[in-house]
Design a protein around this ligand. Structure first.
Ligand SMILES: Nc1ncnc2c1ncn2[C@@H]1O[C@H](COP(=O)(O)OP(=O)(O)OP(=O)(O)O)[C@@H](O)[C@H]1O
Length: 355
């Protein structure tokens, strides 16, 4: 299967990165350097330039301290054509362009990158909101319609909560109709997507050598059939709390390992395996949908102490058309190796054996 290719990344005023244009070959690029050198920042910039997405709580965190604006640009080869994606960042503002024309985040190619990070374990051990974010981000990339429904739904919940806080019981009928329509679409889409996601994550967990079966399921706070009734019957509670207590914004993605809830019972190592399986499933689902393998970004393979999982990460990187792998030591077998030092990246030339 062909893949998205990042030919070059340019950055200006992005976190601690020195202004530069880096070229990337097909295959694996290994980036090594000490802690704080800027390896994660570079992967974050690549992910942002390819997808328009970031999970930084505030956009200004991405702008180099002392500067007002930052810029990243990806030169991309996809399905035989070349394109340039640019992201400009200012205070609370993100401007995206494809080939010079302004676009919205949802208009960027949505299957172009997957990012695996050590903190992915939080998907297993953290709160339901992290798992919902994983699911929603993936489903929004699989379906633009899902992303649109979700953002309208989230806006409606916020507006409805404001009305509940103001005690505007009379306004609920209008909000409830919109909420039920959008919420039902979201629940049904999640249910449809979960079957394949569950299969892929289970397979990956098995390939990672886990002897316990991983199962993914939705824990829904209501159902499409029940939603309108639940909203009405819990109205008094909602008015007292000033918030919408039922609907897909309260769902969770249940991860079960063997017979037990993974978040409560899995070991740290089992949790890391599950998180990796979820990312692998994300990679495969995006590839199935867009018929192209995403660029794979692996942050700190050296944080992975278990030899099996470390090898799995390196094998996964070698199996896709393009991957960028960071670590405090060099990734073996890389087509290009860059040394990271204080936000700069220089090519590390191999000594020829016998030279
Ligand atoms: N907006 C910013 N302006 C300037 N520097 C920043 C900004 N945001 C983060 N930094 C700095 O960037 C540095 C590099 O961080 P990064 O996480 O990329 O390092 P790393 O090479 O991945 O290290 P590690 O191996 O520890 O994960 C940190 O020292 C951080 O303080």
């Amino acid at each position: 299967m062909a893949g998205v290719q990042l030919s070059a990344l340019s950055t200006l005023n992005y976190r601690n990165l020195a202004p530069s244009t880096l070229e990337f070959p097909a295959g694996v690029t290994g980036i090594f350097g000490e802690n704080g050198a800027g390896k994660t920042n570079l992967l974050e910039a690549v992910y942002l330039a390819l997808t328009g997405l970031t999970d930084a709580p505030r956009l200004e965190q991405l702008v180099q301290q002392g500067e007002q604006e930052a810029y990243v640009r990806a030169d991309i080869e996809q399905g035989g054509s070349l394109s340039i994606q640019e992201v400009g960042l200012g205070r609370g503002r993100r401007q995206l362009k494809v080939d010079g024309v302004r676009v919205r985040t949802g208009d960027l190619p949505r299957g172009s990158a997957v990012w695996i990070r050590p903190e992915d374990s939080e998907l297993v051990f953290g709160s339901p909101s992290g798992r919902r974010a994983y699911l929603d981000s993936l489903l929004s990339r699989l379906s633009q319609r899902y992303g649109q429904h979700l953002s309208r739904y989230e806006r409606t919940v916020a507006q409805r909560n404001a009305a509940l806080k103001a005690g505007e019981n009379w306004a609920m009928e209008v909000w409830d109709d919109t909420l039920v329509n959008l919420g039902t679409e979201i629940m049904l889409f999640r249910r449809r997507a979960l079957g394949r996601l569950d299969e892929l994550a289970r397979e990956a967990n098995e390939q990672l050598g886990s002897r316990k079966v991983l199962t993914l399921a939705l824990s829904e706070s209501t159902t499409p059939e029940q939603y309108a009734y639940d909203l009405t019957s819990r109205r008094a509670e909602e008015l007292a709390r000033g918030s919408t207590v039922t609907g897909p914004h309260r769902d969770d993605l249940l991860l079960t390992l063997g017979d037990f809830a993974a978040g409560d019972y899995a070991s740290r190592g089992e949790g890391r395996t599950i998180a990796l399986a979820l990312r692998r499933a994300e990679l495969e689902l995006l590839a199935e949908k867009f018929k192209e393998k995403p660029v794979l970004l692996i942050d700190d393979f050296t944080a992975e102490l278990d030899p099996n999982r470390r090898q799995y990460l390196l094998d996964l990187a070698a199996s896709v058309p393009q991957a960028i792998v960071t670590g405090t030591e060099e990734a073996p077998g890389a087509a290009l190796t860059l040394r990271a030092q204080a936000g700069r990246f220089t090519e590390e030339l191999r000594q020829e054996v016998g030279a």
